[in-house]
Design a protein around this ligand. Structure first.
Ligand code: ADP
Ligand code: MG
Length: 589
């Protein structure tokens, strides 16, 4: 074959592969354009996982009528003029490729209007060619609809993953941008259903709640660093008690751009050295700000890789900032600090579907290695504490003062007392502590409740919902402020302060389970049972590594219990091996 310059159409299809790999890349480019245009509202509508339709609507600056076609030319951009400008890129886009490539491999419609114009412009393109253009009424901003992606590139179509996967990739992408731009109101719709949205009020914590659910969001720690440097590090990290099976929760941003960087990801992981179990990873939301000329973003067409002028300095800055945050934060934290009362201006008109979708994942640290018998099964040792009886009269023997030695099997705390060694079952012990604290408040009619940042919507089966609906007053006395919130859904506005670590959904399910068990329960017994049950659910599980300070706190609180020897269901909380027993075992006597 002789050498020929490829026709434009073919060239742009080849180039398209680099910029527009899949539906999520289209979403990425369109959202980046909207952000660059100064939008404060970005609505993303997806159909069929993006194969059918991707539409991004923004209220940004828009494109003037005489430039709309130009925007679709290759290498047409308003963000760059000279090669020198490449040294200091302040916008997300700069290559001038996205619209052109999208248009080459799909059917695109753009409707846009700038501030000064009376009418907007609608332009349609098919396979890169303009097929129509008219003036239309339109709000300020731009709407770009990309239909039938890759309709003319069958090879590309074949490589798309399942609709579910493509949807998930889009979800992740929107989540990432929502986290980086809390002052932008995002809304994502899949096949007509709103699946995610943020308020755009600038509060990152609220976006974190929308993404991770209140339980996890509440535990995240804001990065604190007092290091004066041209490299600023901000964001959030998870406490060592929360961890994930992979690195996907480590998200890095440089000057507002989400990037992939294995080195920096490792910097975050390294900051957790010895704090996390092997094979588990933290969450790190890392926002780096550094002088524009210190970063080269022109590395790859997808713009998700960057080069740092001084990568060692950046690595160190990230690692130190994360480590400092972890160290500064005392391991057992007064959780009250992080939760705010339900704001009084909360109008309750959240988008219902979007809100319930936050499917509050369990903190991964709490492995369900829980071997305890059901509450109603006979106790193994001792007798179950009688909830209604005054605690003082139970006459349990107090514990000696103990020194924490360590943890074994991520389930038992080893301590040393005046006469030998103690093995404390962390779950049973914590259950006992929570239970006694709760009962003390309950007996004094002073159960302390604490508002949830945004409330938490919990979905139940219709049967469970009916059951729960009949017991809302009882729950209120126990510190759970719960109200109906749509079909089979309840909004948890407040929880007992003692249980604030607990996922609201888990707590409600535990309550419902106990209600289900009872046919015609006596009121006070139900309450005691519910307290036992929620304390059990809230107690730290076996399988969760504890720091020294956490173990100290656990032991001190257990020492303060009236009945420290058994959990509320009667199982032992600790095993004692006396010095004499040890001596016998070693054949010393
Ligand atoms: P780039 O973003 O790299 O400049 P694009 O192909 O994505 O290239 O966009 C080309 C140009 O079209 C942009 O530089 C911008 O001027 C204009 N543009 C694209 N999308 C929008 C939008 N949503 N609002 C306003 N202008 C836009
Ligand atoms: Mg762009």
């Amino acid at each position: 074959m002789s050498i020929k310059v490829l026709p434009d159409q073919v060239a742009s299809q080849i180039a398209a592969g680099e910029v527009v790999e899949r539906p999520a890349s289209v979403v990425k480019e369109l959202v980046e354009n909207a952000i660059d245009a100064g939008a404060t509202t970005i609505y993303v509508e997806v159909r069929g996982g993006g194969r059918q339709l991707i539409q991004v609507a923004d209220n940004g600056a828009g494109i003037a009528a005489d430039e709309v076609e130009t925007a679709f030319f290759r290498h047409a951009t308003s963000k760059l003029r000279t090669a020198d400008d490449l040294q200091a890129i302040a916008t997300l886009g700069f290559r001038g490729e996205a619209l052109a490539t999208m248009a080459a491999v799909s059917k695109v419609t753009m409707v846009t209007r700038t501030d000064g114009e009376a009418a907007g412009t609608r332009l349609t393109l098919e396979g890169g060619h303009v097929t129509s253009r008219d003036a239309v009424g339109a709000p300020r901003g731009a709407v770009v609809a990309v239909e039938e992606l890759f309709y003319n590139v069958p090879a590309r179509l074949k490589f798309l993953k399942s609709i579910v996967t493509e949807k998930r990739l889009i979800d992740e992408l929107i989540t990432r941008y929502a986290l980086a731009y809390p002052h932008i109101r995002f809304r994502l719709t899949h096949d007509g259903r709103v699946t995610f949205q943020t308020g755009g009020n600038g509060r990152l914590l609220e976006v974190l709640v929308a993404v991770y659910g209140p339980e996890i969001a509440r535990q995240l720690m804001e990065i604190e660093t007092d290091e004066p440097s041209s490299i600023s590090v901000a964001g959030y990290v998870s406490p060592p008690s929360l961890h994930w099976a992979n690195r996907s929760q480590i998200m890095l941003y440089v000057n507002g751009r989400w990037i992939k960087d294995t080195q920096l990801t490792y910097a975050v992981i390294q900051a957790y050295h010895t704090l996390l179990p092997v094979g588990r990873y933290p969450l790190g939301l890392i926002f780096l700000t550094l002088p524009l000329d210190q970063v080269d973003v022109n590395v790859h067409p997808a713009k998700t890789e960057v080069r740092f002028r001084d990568s060692n300095a950046v690595f160190g800055a990230v690692q130190r900032a994360v480590r400092q945050t972890l160290v500064a934060d005392s391991p057992i934290r007064p959780l009250t600090q992080l939760t705010t009362a339900v704001p009084s201006d909360w109008s309750g008109d959240l988008d219902h579907e979007a809100f319930t979708r936050a499917d509050y994942p369990l903190p991964q640290g709490r492995l369900e290695l829980d071997w305890s018998p059901e509450p109603d099964s006979p106790p193994l040792v001792g007798r179950p504490a009688e909830a209604a009886a005054p605690l003082m009269n139970l006459g349990g023997q107090r514990l000696p003062i103990m020194r924490v030695v360590g943890q074994v099997g991520a389930a038992y705390v080893i301590t040393e007392g005046p006469d030998g060694l103690y093995l404390i079952d962390q779950h049973a012990a914590h259950e006992r502590i929570l239970y006694e604290q709760f009962m003390a408040q309950w007996n004094q009619h002073q159960v302390q409740a604490q508002g949830l940042i945004n409330g938490a919507a919990v979905h139940l089966s219709p049967a469970q919902a009916t059951l729960l609906g009949g017991h809302l007053e009882l729950l209120a006395r126990l510190g759970f402020e719960v109200e109906p919130f749509g079909p089979n859904t309840f909004m948890v506005r407040a929880m007992p302060s003692l249980l604030i670590r607990l996922d609201p959904a888990q707590a409600l399910l535990a309550v419902v389970e106990d209600l289900e068990r009872e046919d015609a329960p006596l009121q006070d017994k139900v309450e005691a049972k519910i307290i036992r049950r929620v304390c059990k659910t809230a107690a730290v599980k076996a399988g969760q590594p504890l720091s020294m300070a956490e173990m100290e706190a656990l032991v001190r609180q257990l020492e303060a219990c009236q009945n420290p020897h058994t959990c509320p269901h009667g199982r032992p909380t600790l095993i004692h091996l006396s010095v004499a027993q040890l001596a016998r075992q070693f054949g010393r006597t």
